[in-house]
Design a protein around this ligand. Sequence first.
Ligand code: ATP
Ligand code: MG
Length: 520
Amino acid sequence: MSLAADRTEIENKTAPPAFDVSALGLQIKDEVLKFVLSAKVDESGRVFQVGDGVARVIGLENAVSGELLEFESGVTGIAMNLETDNIAVVLLGKDSGVNEGDFVMRTGRVAHIPVGDALLGRVVNALGEQIDQKGAILTPFTRQIERTAPGVLARKSVDKPLLTGIKAIDAMVPIGRGQRQLIIGDRQTGKTAIAIDTILNQRGQDVNCVYVAIGQKNSTVARIVNILTEYDAMRYTTVVAAGAAEAAPLQYLAPYSGCAVAEYWMEQGKDVLIVFDDLSKHAVAYRAMSLLMQRPPGREAYPGDVFYLHSRLLERAGRLTEAHGGGSITALPIIETLGGDMSAYIPTNVISITDGQIYLEAESFNAGIRPAINPGLSVSRVGGAAQTKAMKRIAAPIRTELAQYRELASFAQFSSDLDKDTRDRLRHGERIVEVLKQPQYKPIALEHEILILLAVTRHLTDAVRVEDIADFARELVAWFGLWHTALLDELRQGFALGAELEEKILAEIERFRAGRAAKA
Ligand code: ATP
Ligand code: MG
């Protein structure tokens, strides 16, 4: 017998196995592979480079953009750039605790922040952690920091005023609940002051406020919190602060975090006011972050998606329909310009996203015209629909009269003898300018605004000396509060200011003026 035949015989004698061992091997291999895959081999990765608040991590193949990652040292980070062989993670804490070779775990979550009424009166960082030493924030609710904005069908147009208590704004650039109104101007032109006064004016208006401080000095933020506390405004306000000393990613997150806090209330049917102070610094923080992640810079060294940065934020403001609870978020983003240049990259971006702007001028501000609102360059594209009828009727001529006055005044300074009509118009304009001046932290009630503006626009103050206008206005309000509460009530109701009511009020203002002049 040949050897080959021998082998065949042996093989034929061997019974076929009850089950296929080689198949079992495959099956085991399969299971092991499945286990290995599910057993988080790619749920954890390792740091291979770290610096400037950014860590590069390999091995996290399933991580999604925006996901929260946990480092061995306890620091968390957000997955930003997903590249083919590594991901760039921005660190939400100090990078000094993170070392090359450290393990990084996925959490499967995107960043959340605590929300709810427990945040009223509190100062928190961009992650919703308390920084006011008032103890833990106890709330059962959390919300994603980044969220898509409500759709068109869930929104309705602005029809209710959000009063700032600042005469010049409520008259000339009225803001409606759900509107996005930009406050823009050079440094130290009273931008923050307008936002803070608006928050102070929400007392008793059933509006919750969120003030987001981005890239400011801690002492500035502390001063603002003190003011809000002193005027009893913290009761309905949350401050979200990411100071200049904080890492860029936290400054980048802060406005979205503030928005999440506001959205929770909006969805409960509440009206909310949110201030972003300021988005120029926000853009700078984002630029720093992007450059560290080696995203290519574009115009003015900002990354290409900087428009999306602010549009997706401001889109989240708006007014919901009754079917969606009827709540609203009114947003007051602030932008700092350089040398009054409104046409720089970030300002033009934000102007195109908002429903109007309040443009503050350094020149007027330094000349003592405060708030330094430029009536020609400031506009509210939707707020008129929310202005009360009485205010609308009185305020209509103010803008044009002011614009005419400014033109006339610059022209009149070169000529000595002016005709009576010109002199009258100058005199009238000066008084409008004077009456629109308003000190800080002194927002006033709508009916008082209407009363004062009625007096000045109907020429009843033309005979009052300019230096005396502020006193005149104050005494007028006090006198009406004493003798004519019924008339003030009618103005407050927001009904159309009929000719009859207007006549009645004008007659009383004139009586007050004559009595006052006689005493002097
Ligand atoms: P920054 O660019 O530093 O953020 P800003 O534009 O926010 O400045 P504010 O801080 O609001 O400006 O105001 C600058 C200064 O002017 C402050 O000292 C403030 O107290 C003062 N100020 C602001 N508004 C008024 C006002 N209506 N009347 C008097 N002083 C004012
Ligand atoms: Mg400021």
